[in-house]
Design a protein around this ligand. Structure first.
Ligand code: CMC
Length: 431
């Protein structure tokens, strides 16, 4: 990317000119890569909240206007017209697939959907109440022992990408079956990606699962909503580990661990847990809203607020609508949905949330939708992971493809003690 403008920075007795980069959507970034040499200083930006760590062609997020696009396409259009697999292809390859390309990609997904039989033993080693995200992260790392680790230049990258997308889905369903003490259900070549997942989750030798097209449709949409979101915590983890030239599996495993956190993808589990608590607490919604506002309490409303969106998260808007669609077609209801809607209404009319631009984020309604499909609460972040995988793969590929790619190495402003004289052990005093 060529800089066409310059920014002036004056610090102490030095005046330096810094290149200004302008993205295709008009985002302006000051290039400070040479600042250390030019002015002998660094920049300070806790949590990199206002720092671009890369130039990326993948996902555009406009947090002020609530816009999300993958490779230029609006999320609303992709959700309406595409399957998850089509969007996965778009992310990894940069373009929407032709019918022939999609067929080939689906074939790869089918061919690589099984996991090595030796890996089945690993499941048995985990305690019965293990969190599925712990199992998933470990299993993904262990894939590198069974399948060759690779670089993006490997001609089989297409296969490896498909292999990972397909196998993570299988591992997720297997870990659920193991947690239930039930035999695993193998993937079937005649089923689509999402139908296959539901079948592996809920079918059993004594009780075949009825695959309902309306559930498959909603699952497709949900996974598309999760696919990518720019340089968030987990994606940055994937790029960071990849920057050390670690293999794809190791990098993705780091992303899984980051996503697990309740401030990130783990928020969908936290939302359901909170809604259950409210239900069991005489439905006292106001108590939880007040607790979230109380600066003496560490409690925050899970599923509310976003580092980038200062407007309604477009993914949450789509999910809210999908609740009507799914519950209508299944002809069921969920008391947690009623609580969630009332909670949203109270929060959006409360000055605390209005002043801070806190709206529901993607995690607010997704858990309720997954619950309606029968997905247990501790599997919710696993669902997010299955959806996020193509995004991580695309980001890893983009970051390692750059010839000038550098290992991530942020600086710090050291604020600890200056040089101290060493104290022998017998002269040290208790602090
Ligand atoms: N409930 C109550 N207060 C909140 C919340 C919330 N959910 N989120 C932010 N605030 C307050 C915060 O206390 C602060 O108040 P003040 O200015 O008085 O100190 C103000 O709003 C700004 O908060 P911040 O921490 O500077 O905001 P952030 O942009 O750094 O944090 C966030 C973003 C997502 C971590 C935060 O909003 C949060 O903790 N939300 C709940 C967890 C959650 O839903 N996470 C999922 C995020 S979206 C999906 C994903 O990332 O995977």
């Amino acid at each position: 990317m060529q800089a066409t403008e310059k920014a002036q920075l004056k610090i102490r007795d030095k005046e330096v000119e810094l290149p200004v980069l302008v993205g295709t959507e008009g985002q302006v970034g000051i290039d400070i890569t040479k600042l250390k040499q030019q002015a002998g200083c660094t920049t300070y930006d806790i949590g990199f909240a206002n720092t671009a760590s890369c130039i990326s062609n993948i996902t555009y997020v406009d947090g002020i206007n609530g816009v999300l696009r993958y490779r230029g396409f609006n999320i609303e259009d992709l959700v309406e017209h595409c399957s998850f697999i089509e969007v996965a292809y778009l992310l990894v390859h940069g373009v929407l697939p032709t019918a022939a390309e999609l067929k080939k990609f689906s074939r790869y997904l089918n061919q690589h959907s099984m996991i090595h039989e030796n890996m089945h033993h690993f499941f048995n080693g985990f305690p019965a109440d293990s969190h599925p995200m712990a199992i998933l992260a470990s299993m993904v790392t262990s894939l590198s022992s069974f399948y060759p680790s690779l670089t993006h230049k490997d001609p089989t990258f297409d296969i490896t990408g498909a292999r990972l997308i397909s196998k993570v889905r299988t591992i997720a369903a297997f870990s659920f079956k193991k947690s239930q003490g039930e035999p695993v259900v193998y993937p079937r070549h005649d089923l689509s990606f999402c139908a296959n997942f539901l079948n592996m989750m809920f079918s059993s030798p004594v009780n075949p699962y009825e695959i309902r097209p309306e559930v498959v449709r909603i699952l497709n949409k949900l996974l598309i909503l999760h696919v990518d979101h720019g340089q968030n915590c987990s994606t940055t983890a994937v790029r960071l580990i990849g920057s050390a030239r670690a293999n794809l599996y190791a990098s993705i495993s780091a992303g899984i661990c980051a996503l697990w956190g309740p401030l990130h993808g783990g928020a969908n589990q936290a939302v359901i847990e909170m809604l259950k608590r409210i239900k069991n607490d005489q439905r006292n919604i106001k108590k939880y809203v007040d607790m979230a506002k109380d600066k003496n309490s560490p409690f925050r409303l899970p599923g509310f607020g976003h580092a980038v969106y200062k407007n309604y998260d477009p993914r949450a808007r789509i999910c809210r609508k999908m609740c009507d669609e799914l519950f209508g077609s299944l002809q069921t209801s969920d008391p947690l949905l009623d609580i969630a809607r009332e909670l949203e209404h109270i929060a959006l009319n409360d000055d605390y949330f209005i002043e801070r631009h806190l709206y529901p984020n993607v995690d607010f309604y997704t858990g309720i939708l997954y619950r309606a499909m029968g997905i247990p609460t501790n599997m919710l972040t696993v669902m997010f992971t299955i959806g996020r995988l193509p995004g991580w793969i695309a980001q890893w590929k983009e970051s390692t493809e750059e010839e000038s790619a550098k290992i991530f190495r942020p600086r710090q402003i050291y604020n600890g003690p200056t040089r101290l004289d060493f104290i022998p052990i017998d002269q040290r005093k208790k602090a």
